[in-house]
Design a protein around this ligand. Structure first.
Ligand SMILES: NC(=O)c1ccc[n+]([C@@H]2O[C@H](COP(=O)([O-])OP(=O)(O)OC[C@H]3O[C@@H](n4cnc5c(N)ncnc54)[C@H](OP(=O)(O)O)[C@@H]3O)[C@@H](O)[C@H]2O)c1
Length: 249
């Protein structure tokens, strides 16, 4: 179990799903956790439950990410781990007819949101000489699915951001890793199921792993076991990775 006593963690998209589970896991490991998402009420409730800091905001807005990092730094003087988890699946639509605004919103959140997070965290982490940037990726980064052109393109880009920040900042003590969680039983997966548009939407619900699994994987990657994966993507579909984390089906 990773011990994060005295450390400070910022989790985006933490109002539900994988992000909420990750916020709980990092808090249980001893960290002060900044809980960020747009839903102010949900963020406030979870922050109160785990003794964290509520940071309502939108990752698509660079000023909101900078504000979240600044509030944590003002309170705790540091930022040890950033978890770029906030994400959207929609619009689930054929590329030829997808709504242009909605398509762009996925890029704004899933890709630019990760960039905004990294850009806000880097000065604080570089000043400390250390920090970890974990980004929740997806198998969709590497394989197109019908109706998911925005999502797949955004996740492919976000994976490249992990590689780019690793190239530019590893020498400054920054550890950047992407986690591809497989399919997880969350609201996002319900939306996918309702679309019925591609093979992922037709999966039996029982094959999806609980959000606590990627949460534990993120915590594990924040510790020394993550060192061998810098600049790369770790897949939670990998049985050996599950075994090393202590996850069983
Ligand atoms: N579920 C899966 O099978 C699966 C598989 C692979 C990868 N992932 C990835 O895992 C991550 C979490 O997904 P999930 O399954 O937990 O989905 P979810 O239950 O729909 O949760 C998404 C979270 O992102 C937040 N969010 C969305 N837009 C945001 C924005 N503009 N600014 C800040 N927060 C925002 C939402 O909160 P608000 O609405 O309150 O802002 C919510 O907390 C995503 O990056 C997703 O792509 C999921």
């Amino acid at each position: 179990m990773v011990n994060l006593d005295g450390q400070v963690v910022l989790v985006t998209g933490a109002s539900r799903g994988i992000g909420a589970a990750a916020a709980r896991a990092f808090a249980e490991a001893g960290a002060l956790v900044g809980v960020m998402a747009r839903n102010q009420a949900a963020v406030g409730e979870l922050a109160a439950e785990i003794g964290g800091m509520a940071l309502a905001g939108d990752v698509a807005r660079p000023a909101d990410m900078e504000r979240a990092v600044a509030l944590l730094r003002d309170r705790a003087g540091r930022l040890d781990v950033l978890v770029n988890n906030a994400g959207l699946i929609g619009p689930i639509a054929d590329l030829a007819t997808a709504d242009v605004e909605e398509w762009g919103q996925v890029i704004d959140v899933n890709l630019k949101g990760v960039f905004h997070g990294m850009r806000a965290a880097l000065p604080v982490m570089r000043a400390q000489g250390r920090g970890t940037i974990l980004t929740v990726g997806s198998g969709a980064a590497h394989a197109p699915q019908e109706g998911w052109s925005a999502y797949c393109a955004s996740k492919a880009g976000a994976y490249m951001l992990t590689r780019a920040v690793d190239l530019e900042a590893r020498a400054d003590g920054i550890r950047a890793i992407s986690l591809s969680p497989g399919t997880v039983a969350t609201e996002m997966q319900k939306t996918i199921r309702q679309s019925g548009i591609n093979p992922v939407s037709q999966l039996d619900w029982s094959v999806h792993i609980p959000p606590e699994w990627p949460a534990r994987a993120l915590l594990w990657l924040s510790g020394p076991d993550g060192d061998e994966f810098l600049g790369r993507e770790v897949s939670l579909r990998d049985d050996e990775i599950r075994r090393r984390i202590g996850l069983t089906s």
